[in-house]
Write a protein that binds this ligand. Structure first.
Ligand SMILES: NC(=O)c1ccc[n+]([C@@H]2O[C@H](COP(=O)([O-])OP(=O)(O)OC[C@H]3O[C@@H](n4cnc5c(N)ncnc54)[C@H](OP(=O)(O)O)[C@@H]3O)[C@@H](O)[C@H]2O)c1
Length: 239
């Protein structure tokens, strides 16, 4: 049976969000792909997949924009089976450490990564809970968001953002779990060449990573009891 799947941050063909959308389209599913600004890459995908691909513009840092996107999507589909919060951004000085980073760059990144996911799930909750079976929300997190495993001294904005996203995941899980209509996980997606560069040492292309994740999401869709922060290999990861 074909699913309706929504993915945020899909505008770049070399990156993960686009490739997750592509994997579901290739499987015959209907995809709602969100972008922040016009994307020639998504335009080309739309040419190929037509009505199977619904493209929506949405800025995750703007509640009104997210709510407007949800209203637009509600006019086109009657439920969402899987929602993947993938979009991300980092501070311009992400490579700097405690003494050098501009601390005022951190709050906007926290807002985008963690509050952005809350905005999206709240706005799209009616579509998620209208799913004939239970639906699944995946927050694409990172091992960099693990407080227990943290070894870095740079990228505080990103690490703090993903740690906050992990906490947001638990709050939403606790809120939804008794009804068992909406399931939710935070997932470290693996080490991926998401910048599309040949010299990137990461082992997985975005397309390969997206295939692994798609299989994982199918396996864990109905798992309401396991640990909530897992890797792309399905292993529990410490918060
Ligand atoms: N690469 C790795 O090894 C690795 C490891 C762990 C976790 N991850 C995670 O994997 C995910 C995918 O990473 P990626 O680099 O491939 O990213 P991506 O899929 O390209 O997603 C980034 C997208 O987010 C969009 N975006 C940024 N700010 C936004 C906003 N305010 N509103 C709406 N959309 C916004 C960007 O839009 P524009 O195109 O308009 O800028 C961009 O297309 C991320 O969550 C990342 O943290 C990656």
């Amino acid at each position: 049976m074909s699913d309706t799947v929504m993915v945020t941050g899909t505008g770049r063909s070399y990156a993960l969000g686009y490739n997750i959308a592509l994997r579901y389209l290739e499987a015959g599913d209907t995809v709602i792909a969100t972008i922040r600004k016009p994307s020639p890459d998504i335009d080309a995908l739309k040419e190929k997949y037509g009505d199977k691909l619904i493209v929506v513009t949405m800025d995750l840092t703007d509640t009104a924009s997210v709510n407007a996107a949800a209203a637009e999507v509600s006019g086109k589909v009657d439920h969402i089976d899987i929602l993947i919060n993938n979009a991300v951004g980092v501070a311009p000085d992400v490579d700097k450490g405690f003494f050098d980073a501009d601390l005022d760059n951190i709050p906007p990144v926290l807002d985008l990564i963690s509050v952005g996911a809350l905005r999206v799930v709240r706005a799209f909750y009616p579509l998620l809970s209208a799913c004939p079976e239970n639906s699944l929300v995946i927050n694409i997190s990172s091992e960099a968001g693990s407080i227990e495993k943290c070894y870095r001294t740079t990228g505080m904005d990103y690490g703090m953002g993903k740690a906050a996203l992990n906490m947001a995941t638990m709050y939403m899980f606790n809120t939804f779990k008794d009804e068992r209509k909406v399931n939710i996980f935070a997932v470290h997606p693996g080490w991926i060449r998401t910048n599309g560069k040949e010299d990137n040492p990461a082992p997985l292309s975005s397309y390969e990573a997206a295939g692994i994740l798609k299989d994982l999401f199918a396996k864990r869709k109905n798992d309401f009891t396991g640990h909530r922060f897992i890797t792309n290999e399905g292993e529990d990861y410490p918060f």
